[in-house]
Design a protein. Structure first.
Length: 198
């Protein structure tokens, strides 16, 4: 089998354990370990806030204010306080570099916690294509974001790719918002894509 492309996530894949960062936050705030994880897993309000943050329909400051209320903590720089203890995983970064160095096209598909958290220079170094949920308006695990990630990583976005995406995802396409459907043809211009020669 010929490997044509590699798609990876960011948080917890190219970084150290996000849940460990959450628990460090909890310890610093005097909350029981696992509080953040439990809220995201069991509280519909927390899940709704996370979904809005990831798909770009909820501003970072609104997420911080409303999620801070659920936690009973101050909202200031809440996203940084939650994620700031997760660092880059150098072994994973080197693995992506090695894959790209061997001619495998690489792509990032990430559910964002604010689009300003990414080191764009590093992403340009590592990836042929980058899909960040808040920038495209939908989030994992929707099939559209994976199809989009494959399209940008393999440099195959164009009319034929869009037709194939519509055919292969026809059921989920019907659930897609009219605004998203209308903007798909312009994705090639909107996405953060580094094109390689040839």
């Amino acid at each position: 089998m010929t490997v044509r492309g590699l798609l990876v996530d960011f948080g917890g894949v190219l970084t150290t354990d996000v849940f460990a960062s959450f628990d460090t936050f909890c310890a610093n705030e005097g909350l029981p370990a696992g509080t953040v994880k439990a809220l995201f897993r069991t509280d519909p309000r927390a899940r709704e806030l996370l979904s809005g943050l990831e798909d770009g329909t909820l501003a970072d400051a609104d997420f911080e204010r409303r999620f801070a209320e659920l936690l009973g903590v101050a909202p200031d720089d809440l996203i940084e306080r939650l994620l700031g203890h997760a660092g880059l995983d150098t072994a994973m970064l080197d693995a992506v570099r090695a894959a790209r160095g061997h001619g495998i096209r690489t792509g990032l598909v990430s559910n964002s916690w604010g689009v300003d958290r990414y080191d764009r220079a590093l992403l340009t170094e590592l990836f042929d294509g980058v899909v960040i949920s808040a920038e495209v308006g939908f989030r994992k695990p929707t099939p559209e974001i994976y199809a989009l990630g494959m399209g940008v990583a393999l440099n195959e976005i164009g009319p034929a790719w869009l037709r194939a995406m519509r055919r292969s995802l026809c059921l989920s396409w019907k659930r897609m918002s009219p605004a998203l459907s209308a903007m798909l043809p312009s994705f090639a211009d909107r996405l953060y894509v580094t094109k390689l020669p040839g």
